[in-house]
Design a protein around this ligand. Structure first.
Ligand SMILES: [Zn+2]
Length: 346
């Protein structure tokens, strides 16, 4: 490769060593190297291999799974996607796929056609707490339904989350931290908060009742691997860049974002037209707003992009998805543990 020549007069590093170096690079660096057009094919092959190896390690058939993902607009997210975007950051315990509402059968049948996989039922409680797609309140963090598939010989687990939206991405925008807001489509790897993830930092998707929505230990894993979670972006930057026309405003909890905006990093590993993943979603992270007198809380907001969004809000006609609060068990007054993991990757 061009960039690994020590000096123009010398031979480049051995191919095997180059491979090993590239394998360590985060998505942002791979993308930066694509500035050298001669390197693009090699980098694409590498990124595709990275994705396929992840799928293979969970006993799926790599290329067939990518084809299924393209055809059904299913994406891979959770810790596996973070590991693809930022190698060495975590070891995924299971694979989390997200599909648009109504397309779970497509993904399920493809996975179940792979030798060794069976579907294991979710608990009755989980099934009973499903909500209707357009219920304004108590929607399960963008998830309509979860399916669990297990590879019997190895016990490797795959979770398929059917989104409440025609976009598979709604649940991802409710994740507890921006560190997890990465996904892989059948052709492309995407990081929604690349600047922060590159620096091994993430914002909290703040919620007043955070402890009720998420598992108690959900943040410990990040500090354990040298990553930091910022509960208030104010502590990371003076003045919010979302308020400035020139600053990189995408990396702020206050910023209004859209799935197709320019703040995300995207790198295709397969040459094909960009996949349209259903309707375009907009979101803003949950955050606190401190005034001189008190603190205001803004909940996570996820909604369809609509040119008359604010007018729709005024007339209460907007479709917006909000968080689902895990109910307390009446008898004990405690959180039902079976519901903790409802729509979050491990
Ligand atoms: Zn900010």
């Amino acid at each position: 490769m061009l960039f690994l020549k020590a000096t123009p007069a010398q031979e480049p590093l051995p191919a095997e060593l180059q491979e090993r170096i590239v394998a360590l690079l985060p998505l942002r660096d791979l993308k930066a190297l694509c500035a050298h057009p001669r390197m693009i094919p090699t980098l694409r092959v590498h990124l595709k291999q990275r994705v396929i190896e992840t799928l293979d390690s969970f006993r799926l058939k790599g290329q067939e799974t990518l084809d299924m993902m393209s055809a059904s607009r299913t994406v891979l997210s959770g810790s596996a996607a973070l590991e693809i975007v930022s190698p060495g950051s975590c070891e995924p315990n299971n694979l989390n796929f997200y599909c648009p509402v109504g397309s779970a059968h497509h993904a399920l049948s493809a996975i179940l056609a792979t030798k060794g996989f069976v579907e294991t039922p979710m608990s009755l409680k989980t099934l009973m707490s499903e909500r209707s797609p357009f219920n304004k309140f108590e929607v399960n963090n963008g998830v309509k339904r979860l399916y669990r598939l297990v590879h019997l010989p190895t016990k490797k687990t795959i979770i398929l989350a059917e989104s409440i939206s025609a976009s598979p991405l709604a649940p991802i925008l409710f994740f507890h931290s921006t560190l997890m807001m990465n996904y892989v489509t059948g052709t492309t790897a995407i990081s929604l908060y690349p600047d922060l993830t590159y620096e091994r930092k993430g914002f909290l998707n703040y919620a007043v009742n955070f402890a009720k929505i998420h598992r108690p230990d959900v943040l410990d894993r990040w500090t354990g691997v040298g990553m930091s979670i910022w509960s208030d972006c104010h502590d990371l930057h003076d003045g919010h860049p979302s308020m400035s026309p020139t600053a990189r405003k995408g990396m702020c909890q206050w910023a209004y974002r859209q799935i197709n905006d320019d703040w995300a990093d995207r790198m295709a590993f397969q040459r094909s037209p960009r996949l349209q993943l259903g309707p375009v979603l907009a979101w803003r992270l949950g955050h606190r707003y401190r005034t001189k007198k008190d603190v205001m809380h803004h909940k996570t907001s996820v909604h369809l992009v609509h040119e008359e969004w604010f007018k729709l809000c005024m007339y209460k006609k907007a479709v917006e998805w909000v968080r689902y609060y895990v109910p307390l068990v009446k008898e004990t007054g405690l959180i039902d543990q079976a519901l903790w993991k409802r729509s979050f990757p491990n």
